[in-house]
Design a protein. Structure first.
Length: 220
């Protein structure tokens, strides 16, 4: 957390608790620096020197490879469930809760902490529809499986972990990480900007024709 909070805008970090198909559990850290190679090497050096990792993959790569890096985790035809929420900080109590709950994770499950903040936080809250500019992390469990008979187990685990982390959440959520979770969660994504968006919807789409999304209903 200290490393990510002091990172320049050119550096983006994600961390994840990962359960392999074998049942082994790991911590994975992804770092992406967009800038001169020599500067990037210097900035991420403390990260490279930390601990004794099982595997290192940090190297210069094309942008397209970065963009598609997660595709192998989510091939078509498998079953997926996740549930997200924003956090301002990761306290010791949050870490303890996270680790304790993650111990019950089914195989091929993840708990992702995605860095936000930085340049995002320096745009006024009402400057765009995106409202949750005080958040520093996006926290979301992801469960991956194949057999429909296992749906309840995997969905329940992700929901239970989300519930356990709820006390440490800002209450906000990123709209792109929402499923069909109801109007309250859409409100959590847009916050104080929602009434203005509803007024625009009323002006340009009063019949709510464009509704197959995280729907903003026309203002009454």
């Amino acid at each position: 957390m200290r490393f990510s909070s002091g990172a320049p805008d050119e550096l983006s970090l994600d961390a994840a608790l990962v359960t392999a198909p074998s049942g082994e559990r790991f911590v994975s850290i992804s770092a992406c620096y967009i800038g001169p190679l020599d500067e990037g090497q210097q900035i991420i050096q403390p990260l490279r020197e930390y601990g004794t990792p099982v595997e290192r993959r940090i190297a210069p790569v094309p942008y397209l490879q970065i963009q598609s890096a997660g595709d192998s985790l989510f091939p078509r035809g498998r079953r997926y469930y996740w549930k997200a929420q924003f956090m301002r900080e990761i306290t010791d109590q949050a870490i303890d809760t996270m680790l304790a709950t993650y111990m019950t994770a089914p195989s091929e499950s993840l708990l992702v902490l995605q860095q936000v903040g930085g340049a995002i936080s320096r745009v006024p809250m009402d400057g765009t529809p995106y409202a949750n500019r005080d958040a520093l992390y996006d926290c979301f469990p992801i469960s991956i499986w194949d057999n429909p008979s296992d749906d309840e187990t995997h969905i329940r685990w992700a929901r239970d972990l989300w519930d356990a982390m709820r006390p440490f959440s800002t209450g906000g959520v990123y709209a792109n990480n929402l499923g069909e979770e109801g109007t309250d969660r859409v409100l959590a994504a847009y916050g104080e900007n929602y009434p203005r968006l509803a007024a625009l919807k009323n002006k340009y789409d009063p019949t709510n024709f464009f509704r197959l999304n995280q729907n903003i209903k026309p203002a009454a």
